[in-house]
Design a protein around this ligand. Structure first.
Ligand code: GAP
Length: 514
């Protein structure tokens, strides 16, 4: 675990050193859980968004996109349930004056017990070697059984309290488990209170009577309230989807793990409107399609798993998360939810406008049901970054840091490097850049020794380096160096475009999504 923490720290500092992610407002000592994307980060982020957008809108004839405003009528958030129920349970420690999420304190307690069990298993595995039977050990070892029974009872009590919205119950668990504040080390806890996660601001001048508006905590509601506009103007027939990418804001209490949990973040959401009764068929279909989208990136199939929700929100009839193995464990990257007709019905009720679809195939009007796919851009970015980072030991004792980014997502696709800064090589290299730059993000670099320049490109994940040397001037060939294998091949300048395109184009990735 400590080793994983170290790797994560290195990834965070690499992200800063190479212009991917900076802490926001850094020269003013930062702003908690807010980050800025640098020159390479913004390109990687845009490529992720383009991959999602094209997979939705190009590959599905019946999905169109929108871009709705961040500010929306405040009644929307009443209708959606966010004003009343978009809360986290909070608890304060009276001595340190620090505030915590009560549910997170308990989850961490459960994780500690899991850790103890894992340590027992690891110790025994070491002791017994090849003869070790983990299943049997877990089922019979007295200490493990004791930990497991404690864990299960705690988990059951915690789930019950969360489901019943039992704030006193949550506090009692914290007291009974003797959970202490990590800062003061004391158990001097306040009551647990609900805390709404939406940011508020005022619209209009106070003299005219201002109105409280919210920064949207999800992009989905912008889709629901435009359902009628899009369906009518686009002459959409059910089933159809509306996709959107945009910022969302949540006043997260516990914001940690870099860009995993932020206060300002970006979502890519798609609402798929279907006939009532067909929602579970579409839910399963979207579960499959979304996992395929993730796996096509080639980060490793074993890094993904579904987490099906046992307890569902009152309006949902199925929900699952796609989790990714981050350095700090399997974590949710995307949610797929069957939201019934809850949102459209609520907006019908609160707005007084009829939101119905006349289905000509069955000659019936109904409020459509919705399957939602909702993925965080920043979490996706983090999963790509973490699984691409490698400190590679090279033959001869040398090391290099390389980002094995999926080539279509790489911020820079190729770098053109004159071997020396004289003899007409820079001019020849510039000619190549001027040809490639219309189709690929192309860097030109002439400073430092060639090996150093290769390392800099490896560190930002550039799939190809093109080196221009004296032979280039004679026969119009260059060396093409591949990032992952570091192999170099002599190729004709005339073939560069085709060779690079085959590997880095987004269409090559999209074609994997049959
Ligand atoms: N419309 C449904 C919805 O918003 P959610 O599970 O709350 O569902 C969807 O959020 C996705 O948004 C998550 O799977 C995650 O990737 C991303 N997300 C949520 N809160 C986030 C935060 N504070 N920081 C970064 N990403 C977040």
């Amino acid at each position: 675990m400590a080793q994983q923490d170290d790797v994560f720290k290195k990834i965070v500092s690499h992200a800063k050193e190479y212009g991917f992610v900076f802490p926001s407002s850094e020269i003013y000592d930062g702003l908690s859980a807010v980050y800025d994307y640098g020159q390479n980060g913004v390109e990687l982020k845009n490529n992720i968004k383009r991959y999602w957008w094209d997979a939705m809108t190009l590959l599905h004839e019946n999905i169109v996109g929108i871009d709705s405003a961040i500010f929306m009528h405040p009644t929307i958030w009443k209708a959606s349930g966010h004003v009343d129920a978009f809360n986290d349970p909070l608890i304060d420690n009276r001595d340190s004056k620090k505030r915590y999420r009560a549910d997170v304190l308990i989850e961490e307690q459960i994780a500690k017990i899991d850790d103890k069990i894992s340590k027992e298993v690891a110790k025994a595995a070491k002791r017994f070697g090849d003869a070790f039977d983990e299943g049997q050990f877990r089922a019979t070892n007295a200490r493990v059984l004791e930990y497991q029974a404690h864990r299960d009872a705690l988990h059951e009590r915690f789930s019950q309290a969360m489901n019943d919205n039992d704030l006193e119950g949550l506090r009692q668990i914290i007291i009974d488990e003797a959970i202490v504040c990590p800062i003061s080390g004391t158990k001097n806890w306040t009551e647990v209170r609900q805390f709404n996660l939406m940011f508020k601001t005022e619209m209009g001048s106070t003299a005219d009577g201002s109105m409280t508006v919210y920064l949207r905590p999800e992009t989905a509601q912008g889709i629901f309230v435009n359902y009628l506009n899009v369906q009518k103007t686009g002459r959409m027939r059910i089933p159809f989807g509306i996709a959107q990418i945009g910022k969302a804001f949540r006043n997260e209490i516990v914001a940690r793990q870099f860009i995993f949990r932020m206060r300002e973040f970006e979502q890519m959401e798609m609402q798929f409107f279907v006939r009532p009764g067909e929602e579970l068929k579409w839910f399963n279909q979207w579960k499959e399609w979304r996992l395929m989208w993730h796996k096509a990136l080639g980060l490793g199939d074993e890094k993904y798993r579904y987490h099906d929700h046992e307890k569902l929100a009152h309006y949902a009839n199925a929900a699952t998360d796609i989790e990714f193995r981050m350095p700090f464990g399997f974590k949710e990257v995307e949610g797929i939810h069957s939201r019934t007709n809850f949102d459209l019905s609520q907006h019908e009720k609160f707005s007084g406008k009829k939101i119905q679809y006349f289905d000509p195939e069955i000659n019936e009007s109904y409020t459509p049901y919705v399957i939602e796919t909702s993925i965080g851009v920043d979490r996706m970015f983090l999963s790509v970054l973490c699984s691409s980072y490698e400190e590679e030991q090279l033959p001869g004792g040398d090391t290099r840091v390389v980002l094995h980014l999926p080539a279509p997502l790489a911020p820079v696709k190729c770098a053109v490097l004159p071997l020396v800064r004289k003899d007409g090589l820079p001019e020849k290299a510039r000619e190549i850049v001027d040809d490639l730059k219309f189709d690929f993000a192309t860097h030109y670099e002439e400073k430092d020794a060639i090996g150093k320049r290769y390392r800099r490109q490896d560190a930002i994940g550039t799939p190809y380096c093109i080196t221009v040397d004296h032979q280039t001037l004679e026969d119009n060939t260059v060396t093409l160096r591949e990032r992952d294998t570091m192999e170099q091949h002599r190729v004709a300048i005339a073939d560069l475009h085709k060779l690079i395109h085959e590997r880095v184009s987004l269409s090559s990735l999209l074609r994997k999504l049959k």
